[in-house]
Design a protein around this ligand. Sequence first.
Ligand code: PDD
Length: 280
Amino acid sequence: MPIVYLNGDYLPLEEATVPVEDRGFLFADGIYEVVRFYRGRSFQLEAHLQRLQHSAQGAHLPLASAAAELPGIIERLLVENDLQDANVYIQYTRGAAHPRTHTFPAAAQPTVLVMPVPIHALPGDAFTRGVSAVTMPDLRWRRCDIKSTMLLPNVIAKQQARDQGAFEAILVRDGVVTEGSSTNMFAVIDGSLTTHPADQDVLGGITRQVILALAATLCLGICEETFTVDQLYDAEEVFLTSTTSEVLPITQVDGRAIGDGRPGRVTMRLFEAFQKEVAS
Ligand code: PDD
């Protein structure tokens, strides 16, 4: 049974409980982060903590003092769980308050949860052969830059994709590709690495930022601009990025092959550069 951190205590997962009146439970009134650890070392922890601050500000959610203590909390959790490679999930909610009412409670203490989550290994050939995706309407709110626990549109989209045998749902708003249900989306269009700008319509992915920096060092053409579904279908290459899936080629969208139906050259160069970055 994994040990998790909840509101100051280190507990076995089964003993970590929150009141039913927690606003995370009643309103999805919370924010979160997922940080990856490779061989006992965090990857981009500082960037994740900065994004957590950004989400907290956007959600009008004061981070408890535990925010400054997060690196120490995470380190202790890895030791207690004897983990070297893990994803670490961090969640803050606005806490429990009685009676249920929409307005912010005056006295509630934020609920803070930190727990390791196992790395779901993707099928061995996912990185070498690529995965498929399907497009879907982006039904989310207009502050997708806030990493909110309010994920109903995301989980429905992901499930619908999986029900259709696809790995990811690519979300589309007004004909424009925003991002995946839990990933950022890149397309190589006319030779340029293209991805939606990091505005309020997408999550400013940490992996996205690392990939853009690596692309710059590889002198690739970079274009942080929106692209349409038709441009996606006609792209030379498509791939997704996230903390949990890293850099993953997408070789089929809505049943159509992307490029020649195999992971492209730019994708594989970035995949390799990313692996090197992680190893260093
Ligand atoms: N998902 N876009 C969305 C909507 C996401 O939920 C995520 C991350 C990303 C990629 O961000 P990053 O590179 O910082 O992980 C983009 C996490 C992993 C999750 O919800 O589990």
